[in-house]
Write a protein that binds this ligand. Structure first.
Ligand code: RET
Length: 243
């Protein structure tokens, strides 16, 4: 156990701590609810729990890493995203499966998410001088996911899967469009070339702090909120009729 204290003005450490607790609590909730979930939705709710659980473990590490070194835990952050974002893609596949979603759709979503995250990592860590370029590449993959969910295959299948799935997909679409857009904002704050070469926060340490706080808030909204939408779908009427 650490004996390191969190200073009362250390908002970065504070959000890492709250993030750990929130992810842990959400995981316990999703896992315990599995018993009262209809068979048809059990895998989806299980995946919601896995997403918050993986995040909880990473937050636990990120929290102590940040406290001990005072640095931004970029590596753990990206490992976490590389595991959890594809799982969110699995959720889109699972809820549209009953309307005939094919495995190819799942691979498209997963591939786009990996391109988005790998190029982001390169820009944030390996080639910071060209972070604007990598950010743009990452953004292209991001908008492809937005397109699939809002207008492409996911949207069409969700319509066919019935009103409850259509409604849930719409809400998840907002998460992807608005909730996920918070991350590029963090990237712009934290990298020198983030916004086409303009650095918004001039002091590097302050910029990295701002980035961590933005990422932590975004994770809580996106991982727990996303899971709760799936949970609500599993509780909606037409979903349980067939159980
Ligand atoms: C639970 C974690 C989630 C939902 C993480 C999502 C991350 C993104 C949508 C990141 C996107 C990025 C861009 C679109 C451009 C700049 C680089 C990234 C990786 C921050």
């Amino acid at each position: 156990m650490e004996s390191l204290k969190i200073a009362s003005d250390n908002y970065v450490a504070f959000t890492f701590f709250i993030g750990t607790m929130a992810m842990m609590a959400a995981s316990v909730f999703f896992f315990l609810e599995l018993n009262n979930t209809s068979k048809q939705w059990r895998t989806s709710v299980l995946v919601s729990g896995l997403i918050t659980f993986i995040a909880a473990v990473h937050y636990y590490y990120m929290r102590s890493y940040n406290l001990e070194t005072g640095e931004s835990p970029t590596f753990f952050r990206y490992v976490d995203w590389i595991l959890t974002v594809p799982l969110m893609c699995v959720e889109f596949y699972l809820i549209t499966k009953k309307a005939g979603a094919k495995i190819g759709l799942l691979w498209k979503l997963i591939f786009a998410s990996l391109v988005m995250l790998v190029t982001g990592y390169v820009g944030e860590v390996l080639d910071r001088d060209n972070s604007a370029l990598w950010g743009v590449l990452s953004g292209v993959a991001y908008f492809y996911i937005v397109y699939l969910v809002w207008f492409g295959e996911v949207a069409k299948l969700a319509q066919e899967a019935g009103p409850q799935v259509a409604k849930a997909t719409k809400i998840l679409g907002w998460f992807v469009l608005v909730g996920w857009a918070i991350y590029p904002l963090g990237y712009i704050l934290g990298t020198p070339g983030g916004l086409f070469g303009i650095q918004l926060v001039s002091d590097t340490a302050a910029a990295l702090n701002a980035m961590d706080i933005v990422y932590n808030i975004a994770d809580a909204i996106n991982k727990i909120g996303f899971g709760l939408v799936i949970y609500a779908l599993s509780r909606s009427d037409d979903a349980t009729v067939k159980a």
